[in-house]
Ligand binder design. Sequence first.
Ligand code: UTP
Length: 290
Amino acid sequence: MRVKKAIIPAAGLGTRFLPATKAQPKEMLPILDVPTLQIIVEEAVNSGITDILIITGRNKHSIENHFDRNIELEMVLENNKKFELLDEIKKSSNLANIYYFRQSIPLGLGNAIGCGRSFVGNEPFAVLLGDDIVYSDKPATKQLIDAFEKHNSSILGVQKVPIEDINKYGSIDGDFLENRTYKVKSTVEKPNPEDAPSNVAILGRYIITPKIFDILDKQKPGVGGEIQLTDALNTLADLEDVYAYEFEGDRYDVGSKLGFLKATIRAGLLKEDIREEFIEHLKDIVENEK
Ligand code: UTP
């Protein structure tokens, strides 16, 4: 079965980025001139996804506005013959069929995904975390969809991280098969480095079978008192085959200050019209820091 639907959870409180996230969603913080969430929606669309459910919450209205048309602005840009900008702002309202579900209390990522049950129905679906972006030649979600089509089972997007950082992620216990693929035996959310089954971390991209919803319905809170998707995936791995795929690409957690800064610098270096001057500026700063 082809993967056509995606859930993007974006209802978290973004406490790591306060005070910026007091009244605005962290998922709308721009990486240069494009909101994080648009970069993620574009990855999904470039991977063949046609229908996207964004899980929202209080203070998240700007998300809906961004993916809707802004007729007044369109008229102004048209009258001023700013056609390039006009195309740019129309683009974000035409990317995919986008739906919204409001998670009334941010009880955790597992709870957010559970909110997508009736949207997903009985199909495999993609999950892209609303604060993780990946720069890669082939979209990370497309890499996972290709792995799904090979194995017809849930695929967790993973990469190796330094073992001292594994307590920020879900860690997998798995057997390496070949071609970047692991067969997953179990998963643990945010383990201490000394207890972690491996340094192979689950990083914000998943393809999951609909069986997960029955599990999430019964899932008890785990680490941090939150309903954890990793715990539900651990149960899923007991019931059916689950694989992990080490996707290619540079991934940034833009919900963290350092990740946001790194992604912004990366985006600046990719922008032709400012690139040279920006590099000179970075060199100057680094020189003066020494
Ligand atoms: P995070 O754990 O990174 O988001 O969840 P958070 O809770 O907002 O982060 P901090 O620690 O307070 O800064 C990963 C993704 O899942 C969403 C978040 O919006 C983020 O995009 N999420 C998390 C939900 O949609 N609902 C939740 O209950 C929790």
